[in-house]
Design a protein. Structure first.
Length: 639
């Protein structure tokens, strides 16, 4: 089959019914070579396996939820959708063979899209073939699966806008199907694709073209979203709930996960220089197709900018690698421009700005930045598709190899005989996030809606708290210790969360619900909590909601009857506010009102970390009272 036989891929200068043997042979060769190059450079055997760690555990949870067909948006809540296993594959159930087939499809379609895009640019066959290989190479540089899928959408989308007539509408409709489906992969990628579609349709020269393309795009996106959901769930029921919950997660990401390393100004400055150089290049080049491509790529650049700049750790590499894709597209478009060589120094400067930004990014133990960049640039040239094809045709052996690696990695998480006997035939949840305990010990997992405390923004905190207040709560709770490295505070152990946070601040309402309904029954390498015969607290009633600037060291608190505040004195006057376990003279809290559960779980060495527990309500059980309410009061070193 040649590219001319496909309505979306037919050369723009060839009449629909005309047949030029030379062109047909050239398009067929281009298609074969580009698809083969894409498979060899991009078909990766990159399935992970259950293992300890913060990110690996969350990936395991996503795959577990997909395999066990949990109700997305209710039993499992995330901004990732029911097809997120395509982005974060873990060897759970039948994920491995399905992912390898999907990976082969992705590699082939990237090759087809690159060949079609290059064929829409006039030029000799040899140049087209080399350009197609270069374009697929740039896409497969990314080690983030979501951005390879996003690059596939971008190529098809640009093809649909550059082409006219039925061919353009066919390509645009295909891109719309992908955009709608991407919402079920990851909300931010899906929304980014939908925004790109909308902007591209509106940036048309004729009003009739705007309306036609908007109709095609909206219809295709709706079909992709609804079709994917019905394929997964059997009906449209639950889709609105999932989208609302996903939006709540995504909307809280920027404020909850903003992170910048020392010297971030260099990286951000390089990103801004890259964008400025691209804009200058577009003006100086005076080439209609390249300018339109640059304008249509503005939304994808914003999407990757936001991902990279909000959290400037390894996430910032996203902008660098996707920037190479944008450069490859623009170079391909400008091959017919008269001023391409005079404008090339601007693109060279854009490449240099991305390289400098990469060199100033943190490496997180994966080697020097320059060596890591060289490894990333050479990765597609090592032809990982060969190992991918071996895994595809020997999938059972590949799964067995992953299982052996997983058993070895999970060995430190295996519980003692007594602990496993205690949990046998019982439902269990794992707190705060190490879901890999489930795989290591074959536990009967009754997960809370958001299975990772560091991701529990206020909406998810309320959902998790309601879960532990409901009859659906598990019979046991496995509470594991966390790494001191995460908190970067030497005097705090076992209760560290990410980004210098204290674990108790991740989801305070959930913490109160756990204390209310569970008691400590075993304390070894992990803490095992069993249900209490009666609730620890008489009632829960919100009295007030207080908002304060992050750097403010004090909060206005209610006073008078029914209010109690007991804290330990700080070990150092430089740290404020003081921290201590909650005290309350109610049944089940232990002698002297000191809570033994909070005492054991919250033991963290010296005092002075930003944790304060206060009481609202009457401490006397015979009168209406409320549970401890954690309030976040930033310490001076957090400001």
């Amino acid at each position: 089959m040649s590219l001319d036989e496909l309505p979306s891929l037919k050369a723009p200068h060839a009449p629909l019914l005309a047949r030029d043997p030379n062109q047909e042979a050239g398009s067929t060769l281009l298609l074969i070579v580009t698809v083969l190059a894409s498979v060899l450079m991009g078909f990766r055997a990159a399935i992970s396996y259950p293992k300890p760690g913060l990110d690996p555990s969350y990936s395991f949870a996503l795959n577990y939820a997909a395999v066990h067909k949990l109700s997305w948006g209710q039993a499992f809540v995330s901004d990732r959708g029911p097809f997120a296993w395509l982005l974060y594959p873990v060897n759970v159930g039948d994920i491995a063979p399905l992912w390898l087939v999907a990976q082969a499809f992705l590699a082939v379609m990237i090759g087809v899209a690159a060949a079609a895009y290059v064929w829409s640019i006039p030029g000799p066959s040899t140049r087209r073939i080399l350009t197609g290989i270069f374009l697929t190479y740039s896409v497969h540089l990314s080690d983030w699966e979501e951005y390879r899928w996003f690059a596939l959408f971008l190529l098809v989308f640009l093809l649909g806008l550059h082409r006219t007539g039925r061919a353009g509408l066919f390509a645009l409709g295909s891109a719309s199907l992908l955009a709608g489906f991407y919402v079920l992969l990851k909300l931010t990628i899906g929304v980014g694709a939908l925004l790109t579609l909308g902007a591209g349709c509106l940036l048309q020269r004729r009003a009739s073209a705007v309306l036609t393309r908007l109709l095609v795009a909206s219809g295709g996106a709706s079909l992709g979203l609804l079709g994917g959901w019905v394929w997964r769930c059997g009906s449209t029921s639950g889709l609105a709930t999932h989208l609302a919950a996903s939006w709540a997660v995504a909307s809280g990401y920027s404020s909850a996960f903003s992170f910048a390393q020392e010297g971030w100004q260099v990286t951000v400055g390089c990103f801004l220089a890259f964008l400025l150089l691209l804009a200058t290049w577009g003006v100086f080049l005076r080439h209609d197709r390249a300018r339109r491509s640059l304008a249509w790529c503005s939304v994808p650049l914003f999407v990757t900018w936001k991902h990279a700049v909000v959290r400037q750790d390894v996430h910032a590499r996203v902008f660098v690698l996707f920037g190479f894709v944008i450069l490859a597209v623009l170079i391909s478009d400008s091959l017919t421009a008269e001023r391409k060589w005079r404008a090339s120094p601007l693109l060279g400067g854009a490449v240099i700005s991305l390289i400098v930004a990469w060199l100033y990014l943190p490496t997180f133990g994966d080697g020097p930045a320059d060596q890591l960049l060289a490894k990333t640039l050479s990765q597609p040239l090592a032809l990982p598709g060969l190992s991918g094809l071996r895994a595809l045709f020997g999938v059972r052996q590949y799964q067995a190899t992953l299982a052996k690696l997983s058993d070895k990695a999970l060995e430190p998480l295996k519980l003692s005989e007594a602990e496993r006997a205690l949990l046998a035939d019982s439902t269990v949840d794992v707190y705060p996030w190490e879901a890999s305990y489930v795989a290591a010990n074959h536990l009967n997992w009754a997960n809370r809606p958001s299975p990772a405390s560091f991701l529990a923004f206020p909406t998810l905190d309320r959902l998790n708290a309601a879960f532990f207040e409901s009859p659906r709560r598990p019979q046991y709770l496995l509470w594991h210790k966390t790494s001191t490295v995460l908190l970067h505070t030497p005097d705090v152990t076992d209760v560290a969360s990410i980004d210098g946070r204290h674990l108790f601040w991740d989801e305070p309402l959930t913490l109160v619900s756990i204390l209310n309904h569970y008691q400590l029954v075993s304390a070894g390498n992990v803490f095992l909590l069993a249900p209490r015969s009666e609730a620890r607290f008489a009632s829960r009633k919100q009295i007030a909601s207080v908002t304060t600037p992050w750097a403010n060291g004090s909060l206005p608190l209610p006073s008078g009857p029914g209010f109690q505040r007991i804290v330990d004195q700080p070990a150092s006057p430089q740290r404020s506010p003081p921290r201590g376990p909650a005290r309350r003279d109610t049944p089940g809290t232990g002698q002297g009102g000191r809570d033994p559960v909070l005492e054991r779980l919250g033991s963290s060495g010296r005092t002075g970390s930003p944790h304060l527990m206060v009481h609202f309500g009457n401490p006397r059980p015979e009168r209406q009272s409320g549970p401890p309410v954690p309030l976040k009061v930033p310490a001076a070193h957090d400001a």
